[in-house]
Design a binder for this molecule. Structure first.
Ligand code: FES
Ligand SMILES: [Fe+2]
Length: 374
């Protein structure tokens, strides 16, 4: 007889539906390193973009030296919102009383405040957050207490060393709102089990059985699987296949590595393309999703590359549409009061299981932080 203790169970359905877990998830996002996608979301010096993370507006920008920086998007005078949307700027000027900040966050001008005894510009710069780049990805941390990013990522670089991830260029960044919990969205991206049932005629025949999950050290999970053709295209589109990324060889040139950097960013490193999904909680049953598609610059320099890249983008949309219908249906089932954790397949839902373990232990420690010590 099989022993249940050997089985990995899914996260409790309540964590996908209840306001209490939604609050817990927001505090998870406020305490941990969060993957905010590709670092070229602000490509050059002076480019900025505002992000909403855990209900907090963040101003992300590249300073004059090209260093990525993140600040609370709130003025140090009387807390007006500083910037909206995205664009280019030479500095940051508050629309309320015109305090002006450099791109490094330092306060450079505050009208008439020089006459105020005790006022020191050096003490009134923008509130900075940690933001770092690794392998072409950008990571943000709102907490001062979280460990260094390298300690969190562990052996991430070594596991992904074959792919020239840092060189890849984003060709598309698409944002959508999905009627499911953010964790469910990330789960399905890492799920081999659903392929024959949700994607029977689009991509299923491209994917074989994946390899055993890669043992990893760090807050991420990763699994490689061989593919028949490229997973970057639908079964019917394989004639549009772009070349393998420079440097990729052997088995890794004929498959896809699915990785999930906990909690909120997951990606598929294919032989010819990378795509990335970030998911952010909006409500227990609603999330904000960012999709990025990336290619090597040598691939993009080829004649006719634009037309081929558009076919890759279409494949992403086609598979996503099939997933969205499955996710919205799953969310309805998760809301059933009798829903309970289920047994995961150790090979076909390996990354899903790893995240479930990480989430259970992390949220348990967050809950412990809030409860009085007895
Ligand atoms: S609130 Fe920004 S200058 Fe007054
Ligand atoms: Fe899917």
């Amino acid at each position: 007889m099989k022993d249940h203790a050997d089985c990995q169970y899914s996260i409790t359905p309540e964590a996908y539906t209840s306001p209490a877990f939604h609050r817990l998830d927001k505090s998870l996002f406020a305490r941990h390193w969060i993957g905010i996608g590709r670092a070229d979301l602000v490509p050059d010096a002076g480019r900025f973009r505002t992000l909403d993370i855990a209900g907090q507006s963040i101003l992300l920008l590249r300073d004059r030296e090209g260093t990525l920086r993140a600040f609370a998007n709130t003025c140090r005078h009387r807390a007006a919102r500083l910037m909206e949307g995205e664009g280019e700027c030479r500095g940051i000027r508050c629309p309320f009383h015109s305090w002006a900040y450099r791109l490094d966050g330092s306060l450079v001008a505050a009208p008439q405040m020089d006459a105020v005894a005790g006022f020191d510009k050096a003490e009134n710069g923008l509130i900075p957050y940690r933001v770092e780049e690794r392998a072409g990805f950008a990571f943000l941390c709102l907490s001062e207490e979280a460990p260094e990013l390298d300690a969190v990522l562990g052996d991430f670089d070594a596991v992904h060393a074959s792919w020239p991830l840092a060189d890849l260029v984003t060709t598309r960044r698409r944002e959508i709102e999905v009627a499911c919990n953010w964790k469910a969205f990330l789960d399905v991206f890492n799920d081999y089990y659903h392929l024959p049932f949700v994607h029977p005629d689009s991509i299923n025949s491209i994917y074989g059985q994946p390899d055993d999950q890669t043992p990893t050290k760090g807050a991420y999970a990763s699994q490689f699987g061989a593919t028949e053709g490229t997973g970057g295209l639908l079964e019917t589109q394989q004639a549009h296949a772009l070349p393998t990324m420079p440097g990729l060889a052997g088995r890794e040139a004929h498959g896809a590595r699915y990785s999930w950097v906990f909690p909120n960013m997951t990606f598929a490193a294919n032989s010819d393309a990378l795509w990335v999904y970030e998911a952010y909680p909006l409500a227990p049953d609603r999330c904000h999703v960012v999709q990025s598609a990336c290619f090597h610059p040598e691939t993009l320099a080829r004649p006719g590359a634009d037309a081929s890249v558009a076919v890759y983008h279409d494949r992403l949309d086609a598979a996503l549409d099939e997933d969205l219908a499955a996710l919205e249906n799953q969310q309805r089932g998760l809301a059933c009061p009798s829903a309970r954790p289920g047994v995961l397949h150790p090979l076909l839902e390996a990354n899903v299981g790893s995240f479930a373990r990480w989430y259970d232990s992390t949220t348990l420690s967050l809950t412990a932080l809030k409860e009085p010590q007895g």
